[in-house]
Structures are given as structure tokens and as C-alpha cells.
Design a protein around this ligand. Sequence first.
Ligand SMILES: CC(C)(COP(=O)(O)OP(=O)(O)OC[C@H]1O[C@@H](n2cnc3c(N)ncnc32)[C@H](O)[C@@H]1OP(=O)(O)O)[C@@H](O)C(=O)NCCC(=O)NCCS
Length: 158
Amino acid sequence: MRARRSASSSRAPLCGSSTIPTSTCRWPTSCTERTATVTAVAVDPEQRGRGIGAALVQHSVRRFTRAGYGLLTLNCFPELENYYRGLGFTVMDAWNMSLGPLNVVGHRWGDTRVAARPLDRYTTFVDVPGLTSPVVSGILPNTRMARGAYFDGEQFRV
Ligand SMILES: CC(C)(COP(=O)(O)OP(=O)(O)OC[C@H]1O[C@@H](n2cnc3c(N)ncnc32)[C@H](O)[C@@H]1OP(=O)(O)O)[C@@H](O)C(=O)NCCC(=O)NCCS
């Protein structure tokens, strides 16, 4: 996806772009079909600080929401965590996804954290005692985390 003009001028040359690959392949197919990932956001250094990066991200949010995705994710550098929080993302150490009331799969990256933002009213983040990062819940039918669930170090219980 590319922004052909700056936020303030319709005649400016290309100054920003974001890269949107296919969804991640770490999860069961149906979850991947509901999870969108932006791998890179970049703005021409001469044009930074004018809202172009934010406009690219917001465009991605609208585009994936219209396409029926439930979650938008991106890996962000530590210095940009507050930037993405300001754009409505939650920044997490690990990515945990609920596949059923007491069934969670997770993934942790080596040196970056993940920023994620729900795109519909079904997908939510749930804090689960015993886990350090929230769980993405309800991305598919029947995948909501059980109310009151906690992780005892070995398994999920209510
Ligand atoms: C990150 C990036 C896309 C932001 O684009 P932008 O058009 O300048 O962003 P916006 O105009 O929407 O927002 C500017 C805000 O982001 C902050 N910001 C931008 N880059 C930052 C950085 N590396 N560290 C901390 N804050 C940063 C600015 O301080 C500014 O904050 P303010 O609004 O409080 O003044 C751009 O700096 C860039 O292309 N960086 C290099 C590539 C990169 O690091 N991409 C991120 C991959 S996750």
C-alpha cells in the first residue's frame, strides 16, 4: 500500500509506504484468515512528522476491517511502542490466541514485541492471571476465553 501524496499536499511525490503481506502462518488456517499483519511502515525522512505514518496505519485499519479481518498486528521497535499505542494498538511481549474456552496457543519473538489492535466487536484482549500478556479472544466463533480463566503454570482452569 502506498500513499501517493503527503497529508498536507495533493501534489507531493510519493513519500510513504507500508507493506502488507499475507497473514502469518503460525496459527490454524482459520485464525490466520482473520489475522492481518503489516510488516513495514516507512515514510520519506523529508516528510516525517506530518501525519503520513499515522494515515498509512489508519488506512490499513480501515482496509482490513472492511475485508473482514478481526485483528491487525505488527512488530514494532521499542522506541515506537508509544507511537503505536497512540494509534490504538496494545503492545505485548507475546502473542497469545484463544482457540477455545481453556485452550490458548502462544508465540514470542526473540527481540521485538508485537503491537495488535482488534478490528471488530467480537475480537477482544483478555487479561488472564498467570500469563504476562493478554489473550486474543473471540477471533472465531467459539474461541472466547472462559470467564474467570487463569493459568496455573501447566494448564488453564476456571
Ligand atoms: C515510524 C514512521 C513510519 C513514522 O512516520 P511519520 O509520518 O513521521 O509519523 P507521524 O507523522 O504519523 O507521527 C510522528 C510522531 O511519531 C514519532 N516518531 C516517529 N519516528 C519515531 C521514532 N523512531 N522513535 C520515536 N518516535 C518516533 C514522532 O516523534 C512524532 O511524534 P509527535 O506526533 O508526538 O510529535 C517514520 O518515522 C519512519 O519511516 N521511520 C523509519 C522506518 C521505521 O522505523 N518504521 C517502523 C517499523 S515498525
